[in-house]
Design a protein around this ligand. Structure first.
Ligand code: ADP
Ligand code: MG
Length: 339
């Protein structure tokens, strides 16, 4: 039999990778905002139109890219963030896979403008469906602007699958909240269809929560703080009387990265047990800091799930810490409340 195996051309491989990384406009927002954070930006501006279907733009004042890097950034597995496999366990960047820009450029019309502090001129690159359309020298401030238009222009099935502009905008808001909550020292702007939805000044975690969810949130928050060898916990839980029927605000951040964890969520529910009705949900904003060597972030392309070395210990610490905070702030009827 003749040989039949062929290597896929880059644009096809990129499109396949995009299927995993880019589910909807909100995924693009997440990837671009994370790149801006990794670039050390102090101000990040997000601009979207029509639920991100026609335009998603992220502008940062970070380190920018040289001409060569600007071009290379769209190649698959091209990253400045890791060099060897071991680096995966000492990560302090959001990115490391080198897949986001290659994926996004495979399924959208992308325009990048970028300049480093050392360079006098900026680079302007247009790329559509993995093909570089033009590359020019231009004038621009230090930093990077990434414009993503017509997402899924070449994958009609994916484009048709998108929900209404409002629903897509809601997903974008969720991503924006997650990133903004994890980085309260960065100034964020968010414009939708020409109007400003958020202008979040540099602040601390508590102020950031209040700036996003409204002044009334402030009185609902109970501080949580714990420092152990395994984990450092800070953040806030909502007082039990504010538990809601809808799921509401529930956030875990691990080393400044939003994560989903049904297991740790269960630990919080345990701490609230007996204080809230079964059908109600507590609110929480919990920031966990752990040794990067004790977690694996590389288990899912979107990096919202991570694997902890010692999940059981973390569970126990989290549960007792939250319980302690509830008691300390007199929100539990008696301090020796136990099940
Ligand atoms: P990753 O973030 O995993 O490295 P990406 O595809 O998201 O992969 O980006 C590729 C590379 O492009 C990054 O490693 C970085 O060097 C560069 N880059 C992307 N976005 C920016 C930005 N906003 N500012 C500066 N450099 C950037
Ligand atoms: Mg990235």
């Amino acid at each position: 039999m003749a040989d039949i195996i062929k290597l896929l051309p880059d644009h096809v491989a990129n499109q396949i990778a995009a299927g995993e990384v880019v589910q909807r406009p909100a995924s693009v927002v997440k990837e671009l905002m994370e790149n801006a954070i990794d670039a050390g930006a102090s101000t990040i501006k997000l601009v979207v139109k029509d639920g991100g279907k026609t335009l998603i733009q992220v502008i940062d004042d970070g380190v920018g890219m040289s001409v060569t890097d600007a071009r290379l950034s769209f190649e698959r597995h091209a990253t400045s963030k890791i060099q060897k496999a071991e680096d995966l366990f000492q990560l302090n960047t959001k990115g490391f896979r080198g897949e986001a820009l290659a994926s996004i450029a495979a399924i959208a019309h992308v325009e990048m403008q970028t300049r480093t502090a050392e360079d006098e001129v900026a680079t302007h690159i247009k790329i559509e469906g993995s093909k570089i359309i033009s590359q020019e020298v231009t004038v621009a401030p230090k930093g990077t602007s990434m414009m993503v238009k017509n997402l899924f222009f070449n994958i009609p099935a994916r484009r048709n699958f998108l929900k209404s502009n409002n629903v897509e905008l809601r997903h974008i808001m969720d991503e924006f909240h997650r990133v903004a909550l994890a980085h309260s020292s960065i100034n964020f702007h968010f414009y939708n269809n020409g109007s400003e939805l958020f202008n979040l000044p540099t602040s601390n975690n508590r102020q950031r929560i209040v700036n996003i969810f409204g002044a009334k949130t402030n009185e609902k928050l109970v501080p949580v703080n714990e420092d152990t060898q395994v984990v450092q916990i800070s953040g806030y839980i909502s007082k039990p009387e504010y538990a809601k029927k809808s799921r509401g605000e529930q956030f875990f951040f691990v080393n400044n990265r939003f994560i989903k964890s049904p297991y740790l969520h269960h630990a919080i529910l345990g701490a609230f047990d007996g204080l809230i009705k079964k059908e109600n949900h507590p609110g929480y904003f919990l920031y966990l800091t752990v040794d990067p060597g004790s977690i694996d972030i590389n288990i899912h392309p979107t990096k919202t799930e991570i694997k902890f070395d010692d999940e059981h210990t973390l569970y126990a610490i989290l549960r007792s810490t939250v319980k302690h905070s509830l008691g300390q702030f007199n929100v539990i009827p008696s301090l020796d409340f136990e099940q």
